[in-house]
Design a protein around this ligand. Sequence first.
Ligand SMILES: Cc1cc2nc3c(=O)[nH]c(=O)nc-3n(C[C@H](O)[C@H](O)[C@H](O)COP(=O)(O)O)c2cc1C
Length: 365
Amino acid sequence: MAGNSLGKEFVLTLFGESHGKCAGVVVDGCPAGLELREADVQRELDKRIPKGSGIVSSRIEEDKVEILSGTFKDRTTGAPIAMIVQNRDVDSRPYELIKDVPRPGHADYPAKVRYGGFNDYRGGGQFSGRMTAALVMAGAVAKKLLAGVGVEVLAYALSIGDVRSRTDLTCEELRASVYENPVRCGDRNAALLMEKSVRQAAESRDSLGGVVRVIAYDVPPGIGDPLFGSLDSELSQALFSIPAVKGVEFGSGFGAAQSKGSQNNDPLTVVKGNVAFRTNNAGGVLGGLSTGQEIVAQVAFKPTPSISRPQMSVDLQSMKETELNLAGRHDPCIVPKAVPVVEAMVSIVLADFMIRSGRILRILK
Ligand SMILES: Cc1cc2nc3c(=O)[nH]c(=O)nc-3n(C[C@H](O)[C@H](O)[C@H](O)COP(=O)(O)O)c2cc1C
């Protein structure tokens, strides 16, 4: 496979570019009979851009989804579902500069080498964060499938720069508060400080990184396959496919490396006749299989590479060092837009596993 497809039974394939006609996705393998309207997908897409907040790129796309195939009478037919959002607010002029002077931190240089200079460099082409709209569209289908078996996936901004959210947020709190503020943080006090930090970074023509936490609720125990098909390896692959992701950890993650077995093991117990665990340092995965606890992962995003401060690069025509002064419209922090993307990717992988394990049927009534 050439790298634009993901999944084994529930398979998505991305197409489009940042400044081409559209960003799109084909979802193949979706069970027949799922109720699916454009409004269902639109609801998820609308979470991607905190409108009017001024803390994301000033490129304003309506992002109106069009379902081109795979549904009939508001239900999936079992045929591939093709969905697009058109690109309208496109200004490609600033990108003539980066054709020969790659942006530090972006994919411009390796993409030029990989595609022999034929790649569409406008707006970063297929390496643009815009392509995550396609992931969110596929994620909307996956979320509907998971809702049918009682699984819910929620994410929030755990940190932006050096501001950190509370970590004891309940599922109800997350549902009610994450998308009520532009930084997508469930902790209202931290959200205000995060927003301030992002604005300050933008004013100083710089950018910030951060961490998104994602939690999958009510995943039954025993989901996953051995080794290369393990739940955490497939989730990691999907999460690392999101542009700007630099780290993924489950549960206590890198912290586990500094703790002792006696501290890190999650003792088993019995609650209402069922096996349960007293703690969740494992992040809901043992041996690549779900334990029945919440699946918890942290996803680290680097600061947005495109900043409007002068930066050193190389002119690939003259092969001389040169200063790059970048124009264009960019997100001063990727985290707010990435929160629904992380939710989408985890939902896509879980839906695939649930179909593979027969817990989501191929025909839904
Ligand atoms: C939702 C989202 C929005 C993004 N917005 C921008 C942006 O405005 N400007 C930019 O330079 N990079 C942006 N990026 C990051 C780049 O796409 C990414 O850093 C680049 O493709 C290089 O890939 P890498 O960071 O994974 O190595 C965004 C990423 C995501 C997920």
